[in-house]
Design a protein around this ligand. Structure first.
Ligand SMILES: [Zn+2]
Length: 472
C-alpha cells in the first residue's frame, strides 16, 4: 500500500500541504467556519477513501498510516504527515479505520415507533397491523418528532451520514415532525413526500409545505417525491411523476418487494403513468421479484435501486438478484427501510447483503463481495442519489462526511483483516467519530448534544400512546 499518497483540494484549501514536504501553511479564512480550525485525524491505521484514484485496493482506495484533514465543511487533504491550520483539533487515528460515512438510500425514520411490531408477518400483514395503526392513531407532530429523532440519532450512532427518508401516506403533522427531526439531527438527508390522498390531490400542497419550511435554504437537505405503484395508486403515480419532473427531483417508489406485488402490474402502472419518463430520476426500493425483463427496463431507464437486505429477511420478502442487477449496470445503494428491520445497524445490513447472496448462490465470491458492499454503502449510495460529486468518498474537496471506526473492542479484536472484519465483526459501538459537513455528530463514542435517556423516554411515550392502535 502507498504510505505517502497525497490528495489536496486546491480550490478550497490553498496552502494546506503535507508538512513532510516542507511547504508553507496559510489556511486563510476558509478555516474559520464549522469546526473552527478543522480536524486532523492523524496516523489512522487504515483509511478507505473509496476513491480508486486515492490509495490502493481498487474501489476501496486504501491507505495505511495516513491522515485525513477536515477544514470547514470539506475534506481538505488525505495523505501522510499532514499539517493543519492554526487551531486544528487533532484526533489520534492510531489503530483506527477512517472512511466516508454510510449513505442510507431507503428509510422510514418515523417507523421506529413500531419496532418489534408483527415480527411474524410479511410486509402485507405488517402494513395492515402496524403502519395502518400509526395512521389510525393520528399522531401529533411532537410524537413523530420523538420517534424520527430516535431513529436519526441511531443512524448517526451506526455511522450513517446521509439518509433518504420516504414518508407516506400521512397528514401534515407527521411530515412536520419527521422532517423537523431530520433537521435537528444535523444529518444530511433527502425526504420523499407522498402526501395523504392516494389520488395525489394533496401532493403538491404537502410538497410545498415541506419544501418551504424544511428544504429550501438548507444545504444538508434535498427533496424527492414518494409513491408506490399499484392499480389503486395510478393517479398518484401520474401526479407524482409530473411533479417530480417539474421540480427536477427524484420519484422514489417501492417496487416488487413482496411476491404479491407481481399481481399488481407495478411496472405497467409506472410506465403508463409517466414514471418511466423520469429516467435517471426514478429510484426504486427493493426490486426483489424483478424478472430479467424488469432488470433490463430499469437499466435502460438508468434508474437506481435501494437494496434492503435486513428488511427483506425480516418480512420474508426474498433475496434481491444483486449480481444480475449490478451486472446490468444499475446503481445500487443500501437501505435500512425503517421499522421493518427494527434497528439502525448498517453493519448488520452490510453483513446481510453479503450473507444472503452467499447462502443463495453457494458462491463465496458472488456479488456483492466485501469491497462491493462497502462501496454500495458509501459511494454507490451517493451515486444512487446523484450526489457523488459531493459525498461518498474521501476525495479532497468533497463534503466532510467522515467516520472513524475503532476496532480495538471485544467484538472486533484481534484484527487480522480490518477490511473484511468491518463486515464480519463491525457494530455501531465501533463507530467512534461521525462528521457531517465537518460538524462532529458523534465524538469519542458519544453522540454530540444528544440526551440519550430523554430521546428514549420521548420515543417510548409516543410509542405507548400509539400501541393500542396496533396488532402486534
Ligand atoms: Zn420501504
Amino acid at each position: 500500500m502507498r504510505r505517502a499518497h497525497i490528495g489536496v483540494f486546491l480550490g478550497l484549501v490553498i496552502g494546506v500541504v503535507a508538512a513532510g514536504y516542507g511547504q508553507a501553511l496559510d489556511m486563510g479564512e476558509q478555516a474559520s467556519h464549522v469546526g473552527g480550525g478543522g480536524y486532523l485525524i492523524r496516523n489512522a491505521s487504515l483509511v478507505l477513501t473509496m476513491d480508486p484514484n486515492l490509495g490502493d485496493g481498487g474501489i476501496l482506495g486504501q491507505l495505511e498510516n495516513a491522515d485525513v484533514l477536515i477544514v470547514g465543511d470539506r475534506i481538505a487533504a488525505v495523505g501522510a504527515n499532514l499539517a493543519g491550520p492554526d487551531g486544528v483539533r487533532i484526533i489520534d487515528g492510531r489503530g483506527m479505520i477512517v472512511m466516508p460515512g454510510f449513505v442510507d438510500t431507503h428509510e422510514h425514520a418515523m417507523q421506529s415507533i413500531i419496532r418489534g411490531c408483527a415480527a411474524d408477518d410479511t410486509v402485507v400483514g405488517w402494513l395492515a397491523r402496524c403502519t395502518s395503526g400509526i395512521r389510525a392513531a393520528n399522531p401529533t407532530e411532537n410524537e413523530m418528532h420523538a420517534t424520527s429523532y430516535l431513529h436519526a440519532v441511531g443512524l448517526i450512532d451506526t455511522g450513517v451520514t446521509t439518509v433518504n427518508d420516504w414518508i407516506g401516506r400521512f397528514l401534515n403533522p407527521v411530515y412536520r415532525g419527521s422532517v423537523r427531526a431530520l433537521v435537528d439531527s444535523k444529518l444530511r438527508f433527502s425526504v420523499a413526500v407522498f402526501g395523504f390522498a392516494t389520488d395525489g390531490s394533496d401532493l403538491a400542497a404537502t410538497v410545498n409545505m415541506v419544501k418551504q419550511d424544511f428544504i429550501d435554504g438548507n444545504p444538508l437537505a434535498t427533496l424527492q417525491i414518494a409513491s408506490s405503484p399499484n392499480p389503486g395508486t395510478a393517479a398518484h403515480i401520474d401526479v407524482a411523476s409530473q411533479l417530480a419532473q417539474s421540480l427536477g427531483v427524484k420519484l422514489h417508489v417501492h417496487l416488487l418487494e413482496n411476491i404479491a406485488d407481481l399481481a399488481s402490474n407495478q411496472m405497467q402502472v409506472l410506465q403508463n403513468n409517466g414514471a418511466f419518463a423520469l429516467g435517471r430520476d426514478l429510484h426504486v426500493a427493493h426490486f426483489v421479484h424483478a424478472s430479467d425483463s424488469d432488470i433490463a427496463t430499469i437499466a435502460s431507464l438508468d434508474a437506481s435501486v435501494a437494496h434492503n437486505p435486513l428488511s427483506n429477511m425480516r418480512l420474508a420478502s426474498g433475496i434481491m438478484r444483486y449480481p444480475e442487477i449490478q451486472n446490468a449496470g444499475i446503481r445500487i445503494g443500501l437501505g435500512l427501510d425503517g421499522g421493518t428491520n427494527d434497528t439502525t445497524d448498517m453493519f448488520n445490513n452490510m453483513r446481510a447483503a453479503v450473507g444472503l447472496q452467499r447462502a443463495k448462490s453457494l458462491n463465496a465470491l458472488g456479488s456483492p463481495i466485501i469491497a462491493e458492499v462497502l462501496r454500495a454503502a458509501t459511494l454507490g449510495g451517493a451515486e444512487v442519489l446523484d450526489m457523488e460529486s459531493q459525498i461518498g468518498s474521501l476525495t479532497p474537496g468533497k463534503q466532510a462526511d467522515v467516520i472513524v471506526i475503532d476496532p480495538r473492542t471485544i467484538n472486533f479484536a484481534p484484527s487480522l483483516s480490518l477490511v473484511n472484519q468491518l463486515i464480519t465483526n463491525g457494530q455501531p459501538q465501533n463507530v467512534k467519530d461521525v462528521f457531517v459537513a465537518g460538524r462532529p455528530l458523534k465524538s469519542n463514542g458519544e453522540l454530540v448534544g444528544v440526551n440519550v435517556k430523554k430521546v428514549i423516554k420521548n420515543a417510548q411515550s409516543a410509542a405507548d400512546r400509539i400501541a393500542p392502535f396496533l396488532v402486534p
